[in-house]
Design a protein around this ligand. Structure first.
Ligand SMILES: [Cu+2]
Length: 277
């Protein structure tokens, strides 16, 4: 990479040291992050120079008597208006559209892969609806930490074919993923740095979030030169003593690989069999 292209990337928001981007909206978020920091840098330097100017210009030796009239130009008002306009552009032109896309413009459920992710001290429970596309109901009295951490009711027709995993999230590439996030105990936070997503999971609430993963795990291994690379779900809320080990793993793969994985995870007992044979 030439020095010029490195500088161009830097100015456009590709800060060195940031994780690779592996989602459709990631580059826009990074760019916004960069614009905000560039504006803050300009303000920091400009206000700092202005402050030094004032110290020199209004030193007591040159101004033995206070001037009660004060400022006679409008330069500082114009500067304030300029800063306000730049901040309004960042807010209205970038932040609000980006946020409304994340919060309101959910993809159609037919084209997306949906899953529930339920945090607990200290693991991520993942729940796929199975081939019928319907999540089976969960009941507190069915919760068993070892065998049924979600309390999934397998006798519910919608739940017979559901797939559950512990700390393993699989996603097909280039297809919107909708995650319904919640928690069994305290506030956790679902974050995957490469997807540029971070969302609190709150007990008693189900919070939907969505993103489109764009780089498979295999591609990312090539790109990073790290044959062991794995996307990680990191908990972003200090949720207890085991917070440090609350990690989940995400595999982004082709649709065919994802389908095969889902079949391999299908429950084998009872009514579910008919769906898979
Ligand atoms: Cu946690």
């Amino acid at each position: 990479m030439t020095a010029v292209s490195a500088l161009t990337r830097f100015l456009a928001g590709v800060f060195p040291g940031m994780p690779e981007i592996a989602s459709a909206h990631g580059a826009r978020l990074d760019a916004l992050n960069a614009y905000i920091h560039w504006l803050m840098l300009v303000l920091f330097v400009a206000w700092g120079l202005f402050f030094v100017f004032l110290l020199v210009r209004f030193r007591s030796r040159r101004n033995p008597r206070a001037d009660y009239h004060g400022l006679r130009t409008h330069a500082s008002s114009y500067a304030e208006i300029g800063v306000a306009i730049a901040e309004a552009i960042l807010l209205v032109g970038f932040s609000i559209p980006l946020w409304s896309q994340r919060a309101d413009a959910f993809p159609a459920e037919e084209e997306a892969v949906e899953m529930r992710v339920v945090g607990e001290q200290f693991a991520w429970n993942v729940h796929y609806p199975g081939p019928d596309g319907l999540f089976g109901s969960s009941r507190v009295d069915l919760v068993n930490v070892e065998t049924n951490p979600l309390g999934l009711d397998r006798n519910d027709p919608a739940g017979a074919d559901d797939v559950t995993t512990l700390n393993q999230l699989h996603l097909p590439v280039d297809r919107p993923a909708i995650v319904h996030l919640s928690s069994k105990d305290v506030i956790h936070s679902f974050g995957v740095p490469e997807f540029r997503v971070k969302q609190d999971g709150i007990p008693g609430l189900e919070t939907p979030m969505w993103f489109v993963p764009t780089v498979t795990t295999a591609e990312m291994r090539e790109r990073t030169g790290d044959p062991e690379f794995t996307y990680e779900i990191v908990c972003n809320q200090l949720c207890g003593l085991g917070h440090f080990r609350m990690r989940g793993f995400v595999t982004v793969e082709t649709q065919a690989e994802f389908d095969a994985w889902l079949v391999s995870q299908a429950p084998t007992a009872g009514a579910a069999d008919s769906f898979w044979q």
